[in-house]
Ligand binder design. Structure first.
Ligand code: ADP
Ligand code: 5GP
Length: 215
């Protein structure tokens, strides 16, 4: 199978990080592209694992050097996907899972047209607020920015290939896993399909000849 990039987008708090973590724990065919951000590190986050945490100046140096496959300003901070991260994961033969906002997803999919775009929706506005509040990572002002941005982000859902409602976590993870399985066997991604089909046709011809000679 030819490995491909997979983008999960969602309004903040819908659960894409949680879904991505679950998938990465259980699937060996998946790798994660660690993004760069200028936002502050949250409790429990590790530099180099959850994000590469950069100052705005450091980010701008990387950006101006062309290091990003896409970048965007989201909720007042810079976020960007490093080309070298994507190349590292794909070169290892794994699908490259990414958590990218709607602006970045559009840029990335233009540069990598075989990208699979998955939008994660919260089951309701009330649940989204509960999850954001429950995570405890944002003060009221930042929470409001994220809730307001959610309205615009959800309006972009029509540009995605798949939509998964994250109501029950296990079910949502299962749905994304099914998408990855189905996308992996698209005919254009099957390794050496022409050779496989050619070999099968040759085998069928031998079988047919065998029947004719025996009959
Ligand atoms: P995002 O990455 O989209 O901003 P997170 O993955 O950080 O969202 O999830 C936000 C909060 O909601 C976290 O505290 C997470 O544990 C919780 N959460 C995620 N999915 C579910 C779910 N299906 N049911 C209940 N809580 C969830
Ligand atoms: P958070 O700060 O909650 O981790 O992420 C905030 C937003 O930034 C989310 O919409 C998330 O998808 C987006 N994001 C995370 N990494 C990247 C990235 O590399 N590029 C872009 N464009 N957005 C990102």
């Amino acid at each position: 199978m030819k490995p491909f990039p997979v983008i999960l987008s969602a309004p903040s708090g819908a659960g894409k990080t949680t879904i991505a973590r679950r998938l990465l724990e259980r699937r060996r065919d998946l790798g994660y592209s660690v993004s760069c951000t200028t936002r502050a590190r949250r409790t429990g986050e590790t530099d180099g694992q959850d994000y590469h945490f950069l100052s705005r100046e450091q980010f701008e140096v990387e950006r101006d050097a062309g290091a990003f496959a896409e970048w965007a300003e989201v909720h007042g901070a810079y976020y960007g996907t490093l080309r070298r991260e994507v190349e590292r994961v794909l070169a290892s033969g794994r699908l490259c899972l990414m958590d990218i906002d709607v602006q970045g997803a559009r840029q990335f999919a233009e540069a990598f047209p075989d990208t699979v775009l998955v939008f994660i929706l919260p089951p309701s506005g009330e649940v989204l607020l509960q999850r954001l509040t429950g995570r405890g990572s944002e003060d009221t002002e930042r929470l409001l920015v994220r809730m307001r941005n959610a309205k615009a982000e959800i309006g972009d859902v029509g540009r995605y290939h798949y939509v998964v409602v994250n109501d029950d976590l296990d079910r949502a993870v299962e749905r994304v896993a099914s998408i990855l399985d189905a996308e992996s066997v698209r005919h254009e991604r099957v390794h050496a399909l022409d050779e496989q089909v050619g070999a099968l046709i040759a085998q069928l011809e031998r079988e047919i000849n065998g029947i004719q000679q025996g009959g």
